[in-house]
Every structure is written in structure tokens, then in C-alpha cells.
Design a protein around this ligand. Structure first.
Ligand code: NDP
Length: 340
């Protein structure tokens, strides 16, 4: 599949995250290069490709689905609105290309499962782009928890908020359109960070959820969760209590409390991550390498594609998150705890 140890990537959906973050991160990676850009029009795709040294082709979505320039890439990076991840993944799988898909895997667990099935059937790897899994501070924290530094984990407290009102009020913003975003605007988009990072740190899976959510600003009238609070029970008996908002002061943190200590991740999720470990009355901020989390993610994905090593955040992992997110929205609507 990959000839010379470099994974050639077709980037699909040229929004701000692809253009400002992903393409530069691929440029800085050791194992990847962007060779193809895919967009709503071939003009836009070619314009963006012209600014990327390694890019040889710019395709429209139709041209991509028709298999054009398929020899020019080994893998796709899908960064479109959530409910459009599946069609691109299906085509990529049919073309025998590895799939790296942005979080959340899709707009529903059912569509996420369809993506898993398509990739399984074609025998291509599927990786969900959870950049916290490859962040060195988070990996260090996970090891410390495994090594028992905080004793037995008991509970976690997380938050992920951002002041997005102006951006999100744009009538073309897909995050406010349930057809494109999935069940809501906040838990699906950013609540997923405390939820999935906690899951990764504890190495546990969710079993039940409870939630409160509200939308008071007019901009959020189509979605239930301008602000959300949710609780998750994990299969190891621990609990996460978390909040997320698209219309609040930007703040991110995750605290894992154990019987003998705690790990505080703060800042946590906005591309900068630091951890502080406390045991009894001794508290230390760890010196972890400052990295570009997206570059780490692309190198991780390429390594998995090149070596066939097991994938941490694979499709099934992403589908379970979507099942949890659906349970959180159901709990928010019904006022009752929902088991998975
Ligand atoms: P944007 O709205 O900035 O970009 C999405 C792009 O998708 C558009 O620019 C457009 O590109 C393409 N697109 C195709 N069809 C549509 C459509 N019907 N409506 C709107 N856009 C369309 O979104 P983001 O870049 O913020 O998000 C894209 C994905 O990346 C999401 O899944 C999101 O969750 C994820 N994300 C992940 C982040 C992370 O930290 N890992 C951060 C931000 C987003 P074109 O003009 O080329 O067709």
C-alpha cells in the first residue's frame, strides 16, 4: 500500500481546521505528506494545493468519489461536517485507502458503525483523530495512573468551554444544523474531549449517563445544548462529572482523583496541555515535551498504517463514544439516567 515509508494523504474538506492546522501539521510530520486536496470545487482544491509544496492534485468531491488521482495518495484525512464523514470514508475504503477521520466518528453511532463495517469489509485501517491520545502529557498521565501513583481512581471532573457565539451564529455554521452535526452543538463537538480523554486516562468504558442541558440564546434554538452538564459512569466503578459550553469563557481542565492523589490536566484540550500530580501534600507540575498535537496524531496514524500495529482510537472506539453521546442527549431530554 505504501511504497517508500511515507504515507501520502488526501485531505478532504478544506475548512479552517484542515487549512490552518492539519495541512501545516502534516508538513511538519516525519511520516506523512499532503499530496491531494479535496473540496467542494476543483478550483478551490487546486488553489489550496498550489500552496502546499508536496501536493500534486486538487479534486472536487465528485472527482474524488469517481476515483480520480487514486494513485496519488495512500490514506485520507476526513475533516468535513460530522454527518459527511461516512460517504468519504466509504469511497476511500472502496479505493483501498486507509482512513483517518476527525472526531466525532460520525453524526450517529449507526452511521459510525457503517463506517467501521465499510473499512472492515475493504480491509483498510480506520483511525479516529483523537489528538489527546497522542499528546505526551496525557500519555504520561495515563501511565502514572496505571502505575498507581494516585492510588485507585475514584472520580473525575472535567470542563471544556469556548466563547463561540459569534462564530457559531453564522447561519452557514453546520454545528447548529442537526442534519450535519448530529444530536447537538456542544457535547458532540467539545464535550467529547473530557469524555474521551477521561475514558483514555482511566482505560475504562462508559456504562451509563445522566445529563442536564439548556439553550437560552436564540442562536442555539435548533439544538438542546448551548450549555451542558453530564455525568458518566465507567465500567471500573469511577464517575466523570463534566461541563461543556459553546457560549462561555474558554476554559479547559480534567481532574482525575484517586484514593491517594490526583492528576490535574490544565490547560487540557485547546492544543496546549499540562499536568500537575498531587499526592498527599506534595504537588508537582511535570515537564512534558511541548508538541504540535496534530503532527503527533498524523505521525501516529502513519505509523499504524505502515506497521499494522493495533490502533488505539479505532472505529469501534469512536462508535462507543457516539453511543455515549446519544445516551447523554437522551438523558438530557428525559431527565433520567440512561444505560448504554
Ligand atoms: P469548517 O466548517 O471550518 O469546515 C468544514 C469544511 O467541510 C468546509 O469548509 C467545506 O470545505 C466542507 N464541507 C463539505 N460539505 C459541507 C457542508 N454541507 N457544509 C459545510 N461544510 C461542508 O469545520 P471544521 O473544520 O471546524 O470541522 C470539520 C471537522 O473537524 C468536524 O468533524 C469537527 O468535529 C472536526 N474538528 C476537529 C478539531 C480537533 O481539535 N480535532 C477542531 C475542529 C474541528 P470545502 O469548502 O473544501 O468543501
Amino acid at each position: 500500500r505504501v511504497s517508500d515509508g511515507t504515507v501520502r494523504i488526501a485531505v478532504i474538506g478544506l475548512g479552517w481546521w484542515t487549512v490552518d492546522q492539519a495541512i501545516p501539521a502534516i508538513g511538519a510530520s516525519e511520516l506523512c505528506e499532503t499530496t491531494v486536496t479535496v473540496s467542494s470545487t476543483s478550483e478551490k482544491a487546486k488553489r489550496v494545493a498550489a500552496g502546499v509544496e508536496t501536493a500534486t492534485h486538487g479534486l472536487s468531491y465528485d472527482e474524488f468519489h469517481a476515483g480520480e488521482a487514486a494513485d496519488a495518495y495512500d490514506a485520507v484525512y476526513i475533516c468535513s461536517p460530522n454527518a459527511l464523514h461516512l460517504p468519504y470514508a466509504r469511497t476511500a475504503a472502496e479505493l483501498g485507502k486507509a482512513v483517518l477521520c476527525e472526531k466525532p466518528i460520525e453524526a450517529s453511532s449507526e452511521r459510525g458503525q457503517a463506517m467501521v463495517d465499510a473499512c472492515d469489509e475493504a480491509g483498510v485501517p480506520l483511525i479516529v483523530g483523537y489528538r489527546m491520545h497522542t499528546e505526551p502529557a496525557i500519555r504520561r498521565a495515563r501511565k502514572l495512573i496505571r502505575d498507581g501513583v494516585i492510588g485507585d481512581p475514584v472520580h473525575a471532573i472535567g470542563t471544556n468551554s469556548q466563547a463561540m457565539l459569534e462564530l457559531i451564529s453564522d447561519p452557514n455554521q453546520w454545528r447548529l444544523d442537526p442534519e450535519l452535526a448530529g444530536p447537538g452543538a456542544t457535547v458532540t463537538d467539545i464535550g467529547i474531549y473530557p469524555l474521551n480523554t477521561c475514558r483514555f486516562l482511566l482505560d475504562s468504558d462508559p456504562v451509563a449517563a445522566q445529563a442536564f442541558m439548556q439553550s437560552s440564546h436564540d442562536a442555539f434554538e435548533q439544538v438542546p445544548d448551548e450549555h451542558a452538564s453530564f455525568m458518566v459512569e465507567f465500567d471500573d466503578g469511577t464517575y466523570l462529572a463534566a461541563t461543556a459550553s459553546q457560549n462561555a469563557q474558554a476554559t479547559t481542565s480534567l481532574r482525575i482523583v484517586g484514593t491517594k492523589g490526583e492528576i490535574l490536566v490544565e490547560p487540557a484540550f485547546h492544543m496546549e496541555t499540562e499536568i500537575r500530580v498531587t499526592r498527599g501534600d506534595v504537588s508537582v507540575t511535570l515537564d512534558t515535551p511541548q508538541v504540535n498535537q496534530m503532527t503527533e496524531l498524523f505521525d501516529y496514524a502513519a505509523d499504524r498504517i505502515l506497521t499494522d500495529a493495533p490502533i488505539g482510537p479505532d472505529g469501534e472506539h469512536g462508535v462507543l463514544d457516539m453511543r455515549l453521546i446519544e445516551a447523554i442527549y437522551e438523558a438530557g431530554e428525559s431527565g433520567r439516567a440512561v444505560t448504554l
